[in-house]
Design a protein around this ligand. Sequence first.
Ligand SMILES: Cc1ncc(COP(=O)(O)O)c(C=O)c1O
Length: 379
Amino acid sequence: MNALKVDFNRPVVVGKEFEYMQQAIENGHISGDGPFTKKCHAFLEQQLGIQKALLTTSCTHALEMSAILLDVQPGDEVIMPDFTFVSTVNAFVLRGASPVFLDVRPDTLNLDESKLEAAITPRTKAIVPVHYAGIGCEMDSIMDIATRHGIAVVEDNAHGLFGKYRGKYLGTFGSMASQSFHETKNFTSGEGGALLINDPVLVERAEIIREKGTNRARFFRGQVDKYTWVDIGSSYLPSDILAAFLFAQFEQREKIQFHRKQVWELYNLGLKDWAGAHDVQLPHIPADCEQSYHMFYMLLPTLELRQKLIAYLRERGVYSVFHYLPLHLSDMGRSFGGKTGDCPVTERVSDQLIRLPFHNSLTGNEQEQVIDLLQGFSF
Ligand SMILES: Cc1ncc(COP(=O)(O)O)c(C=O)c1O
């Protein structure tokens, strides 16, 4: 049997995770908003130059908070790419909104900004671009259209922490953005997320929604003498133990990003000629974008070849995965009127896409073996 085993993802300790988790316990504060949560907030705010960052229990929950903050109501429409994770849409459908799925660009797999303006109606409440693979959407066009129509933009930046578009960090364009710290992300706490708030008007209510609809944050700052129920909300704040783990990862920003850049570049260089010879599309990074090095994906010529390749790699101990299914063709998407042919690019790339192993402890040797196997695959 083949002894090779290359995981798709592997959790890894990169710095002081255990020390900080122990400290969190010794601090006597392991619920939310303890010292490590505050360090994470300050880190994100300083590094990204933003008004406010709030850790959440997931990116999904950060998106849910954004929908509440925008007062999304039944009858509202929210525009998003068809090629994204269910949370991008669910957060808004939970408030009663109808999703409007836009097809994606064939080069970056990001929302096709050339189709955006035509999708806007008097009921459009928000636009939610997703920076797929941490490669920026065309934010100049998107922000221009949104501003002209007075529509809020929430960036789903689950993949894109520290990616940039025209020199500006992803997550700093819209009135809000969501981050994910799920185990597959560059920086992780197992499960976790953050809401980035760029519009100062939203900050106080965001704190309330995140703390069960109470003004507890103001109470702790001594701004009110008791705290009470003032709005709708839920419990969106993670334990300080998770924040301790995450902060240890944040401290290793340079090391993590440098390693991931090397991983991405080795795949890209090692597969360029092979891809060209077999009609395989490698990721496209527009000149205006600095990517976050979140993933390495490829588009195979057909679904059959993609499935055959995943099976071929698995039989040889290498774990690769496909990604999103077209949302408009899911059971829920169809209940909103989605039908085959609505988003042809998404329908095609969803069949063709494969993600290669990519994580913070992947070695060059493991990658060379993956590349060798790919070169031995018969089309
Ligand atoms: C684009 C996008 N948005 C949101 C999410 C949800 O993230 P989380 O698991 O942190 O809720 C994901 C998950 O990977 C995602 O890919």
